[in-house]
Design a binder for this molecule. Structure first.
Ligand code: FES
Ligand code: FES
Length: 168
């Protein structure tokens, strides 16, 4: 069964007709030509497909497009709409956090989500009970642990996310 939906992608309304079984990732990449989110594993394991959905990070390979009709989707491209880098993107550059083109867009979107979660005081698995989460190595590493790559160049990423968060 098909459904007519509109996704607001990086600030632009994008009407599209999708099979109701279509993932958000496939709707973006295959139907709308939005190639910033990458299909790595297609099983929710690598984080390459991470986008921000109304500001919260989601794995778009595990989300059904039809369930998100009318919502705001922000990709790594949309974080720099006028060509001026988002602070997280700049921090990735400054701290040598960029990895390959497959892994980086998801890493950047995830990092933006991480900083918002920390600012909102959301606990993670490593937050001491009852405490406010702190912007430190353990919190950033834990929260970014859903974004995996074979190259393991994670040191720069943790530094970049921490620095971007500190600069807020
Ligand atoms: S492609 Fe979605 S988590 Fe790997
Ligand atoms: S940086 Fe993408 S696979 Fe290693």
């Amino acid at each position: 069964m098909d459904a007519d939906i509109t996704l607001h992608v990086d600030g632009v309304p994008r009407p599209v007709t999708v099979d109701t079984r279509t993932t958000l990732l496939d709707a973006l990449r295959e139907r709308l030509g939005v190639t910033s989110p990458k299909k790595g594993c297609d099983h929710g394991q690598c984080g390459a497909c991470t986008v921000l959905l109304d500001g919260r990070r989601v794995l778009s390979c595990l989300a059904l497009a039809v369930a998100h009709d009318g919502r705001e989707v922000t990709t790594a491209d949309g974080l720099a709409p006028d060509g001026e880098l988002h602070p997280v993107q700049q921090a990735f550059l400054d701290h040598d956090g960029f990895q390959c083109g497959y892994c980086t867009p998801g890493q950047v979107c995830s990092a933006v989500g991480v900083l918002d979660e920390l600012a909102a005081g959301w606990a993670s698995a490593v937050t001491p009970g009852g405490a406010q989460p702190r912007l430190d190595h353990d919190e950033v590493a834990e929260r970014m642990s859903g974004n995996l790559c074979r190259c393991g160049a994670y040191v720069g990423i943790v530094e970049a996310v921490t620095a971007a968060g500190a600069g807020r």
